[in-house]
Design a protein around this ligand. Structure first.
Ligand code: DGT
Ligand code: CA
Ligand code: CA
Ligand code: ZN
Length: 582
């Protein structure tokens, strides 16, 4: 049973949720803090909770922040995978409260007051209450609160219902582990927007091949993260996990697995296009296979997706491209997508931070980690002085760092190369944060906006275009500045930025951090069409951060990026030639 495998992260997560939910019940601050402290203490433990509990020479209580109560709850979690109290809270706390706390500036206390006094059931209720000015009349609230809430609702609406790709990935792995431990599960695939690699997903769609659907559904019923079961039928079931997030399960037969996987991978637009193509061929498609329209005869039950697409005269289409754009036309033409960007094509990373600014690892640790990933080069691009909170570097400290980089490159026994770089701020008034003479000594200059994000479209576009004009700048990082679910893009005119990048022969970044994924896929399509090279970069602030490359790759694939369009697939020699272009 996988429930006994609850690791420290999961236990900490359970305590964190206890704290959040208790707070939303108006519980006293002391108890809430005890759970928060407990979550932190668990994360900092040197060993697994399970091991400590099993070790007669140790007790959990000997670690700071863990008392008898928490220790007992840890034992329950390890043994049963559950906390009855947490389950009760999940049932008791209305989902709308959790959603409300994601509105910037609206804390648990105020959210609770509003929810109780106005009897809110959804974010839409809250919006109406603000629009009808029913919030300002409550004690402790003002007209300004209404404005803030209305402005924040847009963001909350997105987050409330969608998970970032990295969060979805963690949930998927937990679900996968839990489900495959059930003997009746013959095969499992995750479909929907998750399989298509969307930057956020609305729910998780699971397909399982099995002869015993009820046994599979029983297993999902016992998933440790399950809050409630929303629906359960003969072969399909939906549950809600944790913070109001839905998981759909469908159990299907092996002989039509390909058709089902295709259908439930979507997107809806892609499926609509496929259906109309089928119709023209005198066929009809559904999740069980392909049949002829005239006599209803089955043409292909489609055990695999390949068979399904083939029966419609198409090449198999990578899930990331199934958005109802031009993928059917592409699938008909010779060649397919042999050059669609893949993780294994990447030979370097061009955006990373070290302990010199706000990273957690040294230059040599970062370089070692990049080597271990099989890369040929890594650009160290710490922040410039303007970003004082992140200990940004001035020209003098940059020179110091670059001599250390040169030294490391000299000592290196292989061909791996650390590039001398900087992430130079584009100042609010327009100029760059580092002087041209210093920039001219860098191998690689990343320019980016961190301040003055609320400027007008004209101002912010002028700043970025101005930076691209500077002969020392090679690329603009996270060009729109959005943070998924928490901060909208700045008002930049992206077309003007792309045109400038093309004119001055600069690159644009696809920042692979799952919080950013910036440029987004629509902008990547435009940039690629304009011939602007894209660097897919992790912006790693630790050695683990380098692993975010996979999210950038998925985003790149969704935009149809080909290997040669991605700068960091180029071997070092080709990259250096390009850098010497001007
Ligand atoms: P999401 O969950 O909002 O991130 O997006 P999806 O694409 O995962 O959407 P979801 O979970 O509603 O449905 C999964 C797939 O199942 C969807 O991409 C296509 C298929 N599907 C679901 N409902 C329908 C429908 O009413 N018509 C069609 N053609 N396909 C559907
Ligand atoms: Ca979905
Ligand atoms: Ca779904
Ligand atoms: Zn950065």
């Amino acid at each position: 049973m996988s429930v006994a495998d609850m690791n420290n992260t999961e236990i900490a997560h359970a305590f964190q949720q206890m704290a959040d939910l208790l707070e939303l019940q108006g519980e006293n601050a002391f108890r809430v803090r005890a759970y928060r402290a407990g979550a932190k203490a668990i994360l900092e433990l040197p060993r697994g909770v399970k091991d400590i509990l099993a070790d007669p020479a140790e007790t959990l209580q000997s670690y700071a922040g863990i008392g008898d109560t928490l220790a007992e709850k840890c034992r329950l979690l390890v043994e049963t995978g559950k906390l009855p109290q947490l389950e009760e809270l999940r049932e008791a706390v209305p989902a709308v409260l959790l959603q409300m706390t994601r509105i910037p500036g609206l804390g648990a206390k105020k959210a609770l007051m509003l929810q109780r006094q106005l009897n809110l059931r959804s974010l839409d209720d809250l919006r109406q209450a603000c629009e009808q000015q029913r919030v300002r009349v409550l004690k402790g609230f003002a007209a300004k609160t209404e404005e803030q809430i209305l402005a924040g609702l847009e963001i909350a609406n997105q987050v409330a219902s969608r998970l970032r790709i990295d969060q979805a990935e963690r949930l998927v792995e937990r679900l996968r582990e839990h489900l495959i431990s059930c003997e009746s599960v013959e095969q499992i695939e995750f479909a929907g927007s998750y399989r298509r690699g969307k930057e956020t997903v609305g729910d998780i769609d699971i397909l399982v091949i099995s002869h015993k659907p009820q046994a599979v559904m029983e297993q999902l019923e016992s998933f440790p993260g399950r809050a409630t079961t929303l629906a359960r039928g003969d072969t399909k079931m939906s549950i809600r996990v944790e913070a109001a997030f839905q998981v759909d399960l469908r159990v299907v037969a092996a002989e039509s697995f390909g058709a089902a996987l295709q259908y439930f991978t979507g997107s809806k637009e892609h499926n609509v296009a496929l259906r109309s193509r089928a119709k023209k061929l005198g066929l009809t498609v559904n999740e069980y296979g392909i049949t002829r329209l005239d006599d209803g005869q089955v043409v292909a039950a489609s055990a695999t997706e390949q068979q399904f697409y083939e029966a419609l005269g198409l090449r198999w289409i990578p899930p990331e491209l199934r958005e109802g754009r031009k993928e059917l036309q592409w699938a008909e033409s010779i060649g397919g997508w042999p050059d669609l960007i893949e993780l294994s094509d990447i030979v370097g990373d061009l955006h990373s931070h070290t302990t010199d600014s706000d990273g957690s690892h040294s230059i040599s640790q970062m370089a070692q980690a990049a080597r271990a990933l099989g890369l040929q080069y890594l650009a160290i691009t710490d922040h410039s002085q303007r970003v004082s909170m992140a200990r940004g570097l001035d020209s003098q400290r940059l020179h110091g760092q670059w001599s250390r980089v040169e030294e490391l490159n000299r000592q290196s026994a292989d061909n791996f190369r650390i590039l001398k770089g900087v992430e130079c701020d584009i100042l609010e008034a327009g100029p760059l944060d580092i002087d041209d003479a210093t920039l001219s000594e860098a191998d690689w200059v990343v320019a980016s906006v961190h301040y003055g994000q609320k400027q007008s479209q004209q101002q912010i576009t002028d700043r970025i275009v101005g930076a691209l004009k500077n002969p020392h700048v090679d690329i603009v990082a996270h060009p729109t500045g959005r943070l998924l679910g928490s901060r909208p893009a700045y008002a930049v005119d992206i077309q003007a930025v792309i045109q400038a990048a093309a004119e001055f022969r600069k690159a644009l970044e696809l920042n692979a951090s799952p919080y950013r994924l910036d440029l987004c896929e629509q902008h990547l399509l435009l940039a690629a069409a304009a011939g602007v090279p894209i660097a897919i970069s992790t912006d790693a602030h630790s050695t683990d951060g380098l692993l975010a490359m996979r999210y950038g790759i998925v985003q790149g694939r969704r935009a149809g990026l080909l290997r040669h369009q991605v700068l960091n697939t180029w071997p070092l020699s080709k990259l250096l030639t390009w850098l010497a272009r001007n």
